[in-house]
Design a protein around this ligand. Structure first.
Ligand SMILES: [Zn+2]
Length: 177
């Protein structure tokens, strides 16, 4: 009963939980549709060339049930009170009270890193804000190396949720490569 050797290490336990979470997310995900791919391409187009002194590296693009587009651009501020792209997206939709049904965030690397553009995962704070304002939202995001569409409610409750850390414990905050 006191055989500690039979108890896995903290790292092993965390690894097992992450695997369980990945399986959970995949079983509660939806396939990326042609319309979703258009949304991803649209977001990539919007972020390209936005990079300016490190202020704009992320953009969030969402659509309501009529397919109308809303956009949020991440904003770094000199005083450090930065605003994530998702919060900008929530502001944009709030102008008309639209409810988003699908959204995606993309990140552009710095020019000295090659300016590569890729889909990024949201942080825990943004997931909570998105769920609060858009309870029917599905986010296009990475689960390990697979791009899937998942209801934000499944993402927000995950055990590894941290402020500005891996939103779902699966990949780095908004810097999936
Ligand atoms: Zn965020």
């Amino acid at each position: 009963m006191t055989d500690n050797a039979s108890v896995p290490s903290a790292e092993e336990i965390e690894s097992r939980i992450k695997n369980e979470v990945r399986t959970f997310l995949k079983t509660h995900s939806e396939e990326i549709t042609a319309a979703d791919q258009i949304l991803i391409d649209r977001a990539k187009l919007l972020i390209q060339g936005r990079y300016l002194h490190g202020f704009h590296q992320l953009v969030a693009v969402g659509v309501d049930e009529n397919g109308k587009e809303y956009v949020g651009i991440q904003l770094d501020n000199p005083h450090g009170n930065n605003s994530d792209a998702e919060i900008g997206l929530i502001h944009d939709a709030a102008k008309t009270g639209a409810k988003l049904v699908t959204a995606v965030v993309v990140h552009q690397k710095r020019p000295d890193e090659g300016s590569e553009v890729h889909v990024a995962n949201s942080c825990g704070d943004c997931l909570e804000a998105l769920l609060h304002h858009h309870p029917n939202l599905r986010l296009i995001c990475w689960v390990k190396d697979e791009l899937l569409k998942i209801h934000v409610r499944y993402l927000v409750l995950l055990p590894f949720k941290k402020r500005r850390a891996g939103a779902n414990g699966i990949s780095e905050h908004q810097h999936h490569t």
